[in-house]
Every structure is written in structure tokens, then in C-alpha cells.
Ligand binder design. Sequence first.
Ligand SMILES: *[C@@H]1O[C@H](CO)[C@@H](O)[C@H](O)[C@H]1NC(C)=O
Ligand SMILES: *[C@@H]1O[C@H](CO)[C@@H](O)[C@H](O)[C@H]1NC(C)=O
Ligand SMILES: *[C@@H]1O[C@H](CO)[C@@H](O)[C@H](O)[C@H]1NC(C)=O
Length: 302
Amino acid sequence: MEKLKFLIIFITLYCVVSEDNNENTPVVFWHGMGDSCCFPFSLGKLKKLIESELNHTVYVKSLEIGGSLVRDYESSYFIHPQKQIQDACDQIKRDPILSNRTFNAIGFSQGSQFLRALIQKCPAVKVKNLITVGGQHQGVYGLPNCPSLTEKSCEYLRQILNFAAYAGWVQNFLVQATYWHDPMNEDAYKAKSTFLAEINNEKTVNNDYINRLQTLEKFVMIKFANDTIVQPVETSWFGFYKPGSSSELQTLEESEIFLKDRLGLKKMKEDGKIVFLSTEGNHMQINLKWFTENVINNYLRD
Ligand SMILES: *[C@@H]1O[C@H](CO)[C@@H](O)[C@H](O)[C@H]1NC(C)=O
Ligand SMILES: *[C@@H]1O[C@H](CO)[C@@H](O)[C@H](O)[C@H]1NC(C)=O
Ligand SMILES: *[C@@H]1O[C@H](CO)[C@@H](O)[C@H](O)[C@H]1NC(C)=O
């Protein structure tokens, strides 16, 4: 048994080392709410697509949070994002291919803001292009739908968020509360959000966050043109509701984060690093042909 274990480790290491030379830049995924690292109908399918488009010379890792598939699925609702980020940071440090190597990062839905936070917070990660797909960089104000939960559980979460998103116990138990952004009460959001306001430098300014984002080559934000799940959909492009309004929208460039330059996004924009893409379809309805032409070919091929 022991011998077999050693043999497997040896073969794995051998493959890793021998493949290393002509390998494409590796890719890391972070899944969204109600999803997991590896469901074959969602990220599993996308992983296969990238591998085949890049002639199987690419290492694709889909982060599994919490140590098992079940925990990973639950994590998207119930493990605090700051804990998830620590877990992801540790996984990358331990990964023989990803530690000390630059990779491309793709975040899906809420995994978008988690990956951005990982770049800002974890010195071990070195990312070339950050691509976010249907993300919520300025949070959400509304939860019209909860993927893979029953209607009753979803309604329950919705009610908690509407009435007590900023209560300490809700922030601790429900992931979606940590990026709940009430535009009618910006002060409460900045004071009480235990994740998004912190990583967006709205509580204090952490210069490490600014400096680490500047190391990206591109920050590509993809919005679903027909998204009925993310409210407002502009958050996928770092826009949001205007403070004091729950209907009028503002773009990234009109937001306080940009105008007061709290995250260094002005410089990134001047340097041509920020890319906005829009694709037809509802939330996470990724058209594979579109994805190949616009994402794989432009940002994942070396
Ligand atoms: C992948 O393989 C195809 C066909 O063998 C070849 O045309 C293409 O150039 C290869 N692409 C890369 C990135 O190696
Ligand atoms: C990564 O680099 C650090 C510092 O140079 C080194 O201590 C560590 O062993 C490296 N990790 C791997 C897996 O090579
Ligand atoms: C999706 O949104 C685009 C842009 O707003 C619109 O042109 C298109 O008709 C919409 N498609 C569907 C199926 O609703």
C-alpha cells in the first residue's frame, strides 16, 4: 500500500515537472452561489472546454472550499468569505504548480468578488488576468433567486436579507449578507458589511489592496445582458445604484470608489487594464462559442 502511494506521488510529480516546460499559463476558477467546483454541468464543462482549446497543455484548478464537495457547495451560502479566502490562499500555497507561478483567474458570480479579494489579500497569489463572469463587485440589493435552493428556503433567505442583512449574526452566518449593499443606507453598509465594504477599501484604505490589483495585466468584467438574478446587473461592471436611490444607476467611473480612487482603479483604467464585456443570456448562461472567442482566445492563450 505504502509503495503504491509512493509510486503515485512519484508519477504525479514527474508529470507535473515534465509538463511544466511548454505549459500554458495555468487557470484557477472560483465558483458561484449554489454551485460547486466540479459539477459536470457547470464548471466541469468549462474546464474541459479550456483544456481542449489549449490542447491539454494547461493546468486548470477549480477551487473546492472546505475540503469536500458537500462542504464546497454549502460554503457558497454559509462559510464567511474571509474564511473562504484564507482557505483558497492556503490551497494555492500548497499547490506545486500554482505557488510561485503566475496564473489566470476566472471568478463566476460571487466567486468574482472572492477572487478579487484573494488577489488583494493573499501575497502568495500572482495573477496575470482576472476575469469575472456575472460578478457583484459593488454588491447586490435584492435576491430574486437562489440557485439550487427550494423556493421556501430562498424566500427565507430573502426575508432575512431584507430585514436584517447588517445584523452581526446574519453577517456571520449568511454569505450573501456580506455583500448586501443598501444604497438607501450607505453608512450602515460601510460600517456593517464584514466583507465587501472591507475589500473595496470603504472602511479604511489598505494600500496593499491597491498595489496588488495594479499587478494585474487585465481586469476583465463580463456582464450578462439579460441577467434577472443579479440586482442591479451594473454591479458586474463595478457600477451600482446611486447613493440614496434604489432605481437610478451609476457606472464605475461615476462611483465614489473610482472618483476618490479608493482601489487604484483610475490608474488601471488609464493603463488600459480594465475591460468591460457583455454577453447575451441570463445569469451564468455562458455561451461556449462566445466564451472561446472572447475569453479563451484573448486572455488565456499565451
Ligand atoms: C493545438 O493543436 C492544433 C491541431 O493539432 C494546432 O493547429 C494548434 O496550433 C495547437 N494550438 C496550440 C496552442 O498549441
Ligand atoms: C515558493 O517560493 C518561496 C520563496 O521563494 C519558497 O520558500 C517556497 O518553497 C516556494 N514554493 C514552492 C512550492 O516551490
Ligand atoms: C438581451 O439583452 C440585449 C441587450 O439588452 C437585447 O438586445 C436582447 O434582445 C436580449 N435578449 C433576450 C433573449 O431577451
